[in-house]
Each structure stands twice: as structure tokens, then as C-alpha cells.
Design a binder for this molecule. Structure first.
Ligand code: SAH
Length: 360
């Protein structure tokens, strides 16, 4: 039996150095190959002309550079893009690119489906299949970058990456950390450290671990100012209640002077959008360097929730601003192609909803 080839997209810089050392090659081969993969977008060893022919042949025997395939490429009227990324015979995830005048944000997925069961999220309805591998996570960036012609245009189109697609990134800890390292590495995608953002529903122990191994920015899906309501909207809260989550967030940005936490708050009509709840939210986070991202709810088939009306959204935002908070109401983008927040569904062969695997 032949041993399966190593997919070099699964390896970060240190892994690649180890890989070449094992082949009896110098560490700088890792630098050369990363430039080919991530800067030039080359997957064929034969085209890597600064490597000797003998090395190219040895590489082709034992390794491959295999990003996941694009099954569908959709463009929205507003310039957003959504790609359906095929991972294996039964499963696809979604990746979204959102251009704005001053930046371009790529939203990527970290799991096939999601084991959390947030009541307002379309991904939750898909159930959970498995974690993505490193190559499947960085492969989304690799594909988008190629398809957008990112490196050809001089200026970069992808300036920001957010792990806000399908899945809970902190339940796929090791792979997500490695993949985000590759996004921030100059020899990888070279995205500025602060501009790679991990969004979490609040897996508290993993947040403490994250601080020691990563420099990603943090977005936290809060959605409610009290435990009673958050227990319903984000069931993970029953395991890690708000006070514990806030403590972990404070710890994450302690001694990082310019960092703040982005709080995501989906506005659901009559559920979490009252003035009183806005005041409670402001009180909760007032001592933490913060930015609040209000997200008008995006409906999907079968949901019982409705989007808050414009007056309620404006009132909620005004209360937060009166408490000196930085608040942005996220403009809905790409909803004509179901690419907006919480609408990502992919194709998931659910293995039944398992109780959330919380230990990570
Ligand atoms: N599991 C992580 C990553 C997914 S992020 C997390 O919970 O943060 C997806 C973001 O979109 C989260 O802030 C989520 O709360 C929000 N979202 C989910 N469903 C939504 C919907 N239907 N409308 C608007 N935003 C939604």
C-alpha cells in the first residue's frame, strides 16, 4: 500500500521546516515553498523553478498541495461573493467575500455545520459533521485569493479575515490556531495580526488557552445582557455563563494595550432589543475596551425570529452610544445570495445533533 501524500497546506511554517529536515533539506526550503504556495498561488511542484529538478521530483512523490475545490461561485448585486467549497463527497462549507471602500473582508468557516444550537442561526439547523482540517481552512483563503486575483492587482483585496462562517472555531482549536498563524505569517497570506478575527460563542477554557498561543483579534457573540435570555439564545451559556465569559475576555486583552473585544449582538424583534436591555449591555461591558457590532437579524426558512425594526435598532444603538461605546450596525450584505450572517448553510451530512463537545 502506498502511504498517502502529505498535503503541504496542512503544515505551518514550523511543520514545513520539520518536513524538509526529515527529507535531509535545509530549513530555507520552507521559505521557498511557502512563497510559491501563498504568494504565487502555485500548486504544481514542476513549476517551482528555484528548486532543483531532483527535489521537485522527490516532493511530487511524497507531497501535494491540494486546496479544497470550489463547487459554486456566486456574486451578489452588491459585490459580495459566496463560494461553496467542497470538502468531501457529502460536505460543503461556505466562504464569503465582502468588499467595502476601505477594506475587503473574507469570512471563512471552521467546521462542517456546528454543534452549538443557537436559536437564531441557520448553521445550527444543519447539525454537525466534523472539524475542518488546516488545509480546508487555509484552502478557503487560498481559493478566494486566487479567484479574486488578489495578488495580481498590486494592492490586496483581502485585507481582513474573520472566522465568522460556519462552525465554532474554538471547538476546532489546534487546526484553527495553525490556520490563523498561516494567515498572519508574512510567508503565508501576510494579513496584519489585528485583522484576523476569531468569533466565538464563548468557549471559556479555550479562550484562556488561546491567549498563550495566538494573536488573533476576538469577537464574541453575546446577543443578550443576562444569563436567563442568553441561556435560551446561546445554549452554550448554560455551561459558561456571562460573568465567566467576560472574565475570560478581560484576560484575553489584558496587557494588550490597543486591543479591544468586538461584541456581536444580533437584534431580534421583541426578544433582546429593548432600551432596558441596551442599558444592561452597556453596564456589563463598560470596563472592557469594546466595540459593539449590532447585527440586524437575517431570517432563514423555518425561523421563529424576526428582525428588529429600524426604530428599535436606532434606539438600541443610541443608548449604547450615550454610554460612550463605539457601535457599528452591520449593514446586511449579500442577502440576495443568502451569504449574510447566519444564513450560511453549506451542505452538511449531519450525524445527528450531538451534545456540544465543550471540552475542545
Ligand atoms: N460560532 C461562532 C462563529 C460563527 S459567527 C460565533 O458564534 O461567534 C456568526 C455570527 O453571525 C455570530 O455573531 C452569530 O451570532 C451571527 N448570526 C448567526 N445567525 C444570524 C442571523 N440569522 N442573522 C444575523 N446574524 C447571525
Amino acid at each position: 500500500m502506498t502511504t498517502p501524500k502529505v498535503n503541504l497546506l496542512d503544515l505551518d511554517r514550523r511543520d514545513l521546516e520539520g518536513f524538509f529536515a526529515e527529507m535531509g533539506e535545509k530549513a530555507f526550503r520552507a521559505t521557498q515553498i511557502m512563497k510559491w504556495i501563498y504568494h504565487e498561488g502555485v500548486t504544481d511542484f514542476a513549476a517551482m523553478t528555484n528548486l532543483s529538478k531532483a527535489l521537485r521530483e522527490r516532493l511530487a512523490e511524497r507531497a501535494e498541495i491540494r486546496p479544497p475545490a470550489v463547487a459554486l461561485d456566486q456574486a451578489s448585486r452588491d459585490g459580495s461573493h459566496k463560494w461553496l467549497i467542497r470538502l468531501d463527497s457529502g460536505n460543503c462549507v461556505e466562504t464569503v467575500f465582502i468588499p467595502e471602500p476601505d477594506r475587503g473582508t473574507l469570512c471563512i468557516s471552521s467546521q462542517i455545520g456546528c454543534p452549538l444550537d443557537c436559536s437564531f442561526c441557520a448553521t445550527a439547523q444543519q447539525g454537525f459533521n466534523r472539524n475542518l482540517g488546516v488545509a480546508e481552512i487555509v484552502g478557503q483563503v487560498w481559493r478566494a485569493s486566487r479567484l479574486l486575483g488578489d495578488r495580481r492587482n498590486g494592492g490586496r483585496l483581502i485585507t481582513n479575515i474573520v472566522l465568522m462562517g460556519m462552525g465554532e472555531p474554538l471547538l476546532n482549536f489546534a487546526n484553527v490556531v495553525k490556520a490563523t498563524d498561516l494567515m498572519q505569517d508574512d510567508l503565508g497570506f501576510g494579513i496584519s495580526k489585528r485583522r484576523v478575527t476569531l468569533s466565538t460563542a464563548g468557549v471559556v477554557p479555550a479562550l484562556y488557552r488561546l491567549k498563550d498561543v495566538s494573536e488573533v483579534s476576538l469577537a464574541v457573540s453575546l446577543h443578550a445582557p443576562d444569563d436567563e435570555l442568553r441561556n435560551q439564545l446561546v445554549p452554550l451559556n448554560r455551561k459558561y455563563p456571562i460573568a465567566e465569559l467576560l472574565a475570560a475576555c478581560r484576560h484575553y486583552i489584558a496587557d494588550k494595550p490597543h486591543r479591544r473585544i468586538t461584541w456581536e449582538y444580533v437584534l431580534l424583534d421583541g426578544v433582546n432589543d429593548s432600551e432596558k436591555q441596551a442599558r444592561a449591555l452597556a453596564a456589563l461591558i463598560q470596563d472592557i475596551p469594546s466595540k459593539v457590532n449590532l447585527i440586524p437579524f437575517n431570517p432563514f426558512p423555518g425561523t421563529r425570529h424576526r428582525r428588529s425594526g429600524p426604530a428599535a435598532i436606532a434606539r438600541f444603538q443610541a443608548v449604547l452610544m450615550a454610554h460612550d461605546l463605539t457601535v457599528v450596525t452591520r449593514r446586511t450584505r449579500g442577502d440576495d445570495i443568502a451569504a449574510a450572517c447566519g444564513q450560511l448553510a453549506g451542505q452538511v451530512q449531519a450525524r445527528g445533533r450531538q451534545p456540544a463537545r465543550l471540552a475542545s
